[in-house]
Design a protein around this ligand. Structure first.
Ligand code: PLP
Length: 304
């Protein structure tokens, strides 16, 4: 909130074993991460100088790069130290830390992915909200796209990948239809996820979220834990677009904003048209707990 353009462009990148101002960070043009979206990333939020669920993010990152048959040139301890140093050097109070593995550049003249030296990149930039503060308070207008999410049989959605053309085109469709953001469906018309978020729906006091075909979002997991903590029934389910629009409440979860209410679906008002009680309770609790240091790892001077 209130971040200047100058701050937006600021940040720190870690490339080829060294730290660089983000504006000077360069990756090789022939890296298949860029040319083929052959990459995986994980994004950790830092709030008030505390990483959120850092070890859980490292677990997800490690599992995903193993699924992609990539070899990371750094150990887990080294990645943790890089994360700390990127954020420490960048100096932001609230930030994103993103770590990325790409397939890398193949040996000259071959198309064999096994010939690539897998590459690790990382960067820290100021925290970026998925919605403006006003939108977060009032609720977002969600559009259910006519575009299907890439099927999970083709690209595993539990990887945190960069296959986002379906989301990007869906987002443009949503803007044309008067929405703020978009959710894609699967081939059976069930709700999946949106560009950078998981979706939740509340009906008769029960909270549901799609159980498959989606990223196991860190914030989704956090919301499930918070629901359990406050005794709200919550679990995975398959949700049709019609069910979603007829929900009592709808909200999204994301590292880029926590818990954010949705007050219309396809221009139809959800519930009373204002953020509902369950959404408000979970959203408040999420930020209260984060500010109290829950799941937090402090950013330290590298020598400490
Ligand atoms: N789904 C997709 C496709 C995402 O890219 C993201 C985050 O970027 C999420 C869900 C939310 O995951 P998390 O809560 O870990 O940010």
């Amino acid at each position: 909130m209130g971040i200047t353009l100058e701050q937006h462009t600021a940040g720190v990148a870690f490339i080829d074993g060294d730290y660089h101002p983000i504006g000077e960070a360069r990756i090789p043009l022939l890296d298949w991460g860029f040319l083929r979206s052959d990459a995986n990333q994980d994004t950790v939020s830092v709030w008030q100088r505390l990483f959120f669920r850092l070890e859980d993010h490292l677990n997800r990152f490690e599992n995903n790069i193993a699924k992609l048959k990539m070899n990371c040139p750094y150990t887990r301890d080294e990645i943790r130290a890089i994360a700390n140093e990127c954020v420490w050097r960048a100096g932001f109070e609230n930030a994103y830390f993103q770590m990325i593995m790409t397939r890398g550049v193949p040996a000259p003249g071959t198309r064999d992915p096994r010939s690539c030296d897998n590459r690790f990149y990382a960067f820290c930039i100021p925290y970026v909200w998925i919605a403006t503060p006003e939108q977060q308070d009032k609720g977002l207008h969600l559009i259910v796209s006519s575009i299907c999410r890439i099927p999970p049989e083709s690209v595993d959605p539990t990887l945190k990948h960069y296959h986002w053309l379906d989301f990007e085109m869906g987002l443009l469709e949503a803007f044309d239809r008067g929405g703020d953001t978009v959710v894609l469906v699967d081939r059976n018309g069930h709700i999946t996820e949106g560009p950078g978020f998981n979706l939740f729906f509340v009906k008769d006091g029960k909270v549901s979220t799609p159980g498959s075909g989606v990223l196991n979002g860190m914030t989704r997991r956090t919301v499930l834990e918070l629901c359990e903590e406050v005794g709200v029934r919550c679990g995975p389910d398959s949700i049709s677009a019609t069910q979603l629009a007829n929900g009592d409440e709808v909200f999204l979860s994301s590292t880029a904003g926590g818990v954010i209410p949705i007050t219309t679906v396809d221009n139809k008002v959800v519930g009373d048209g204002i953020p509902g009680p369950v959404t408000r309770q979970i959203r408040t609790l999420y930020w209260q707990k984060r500010e109290s240091g829950w799941h937090g790892t402090p950013v330290r001077a590298p020598s400490e």
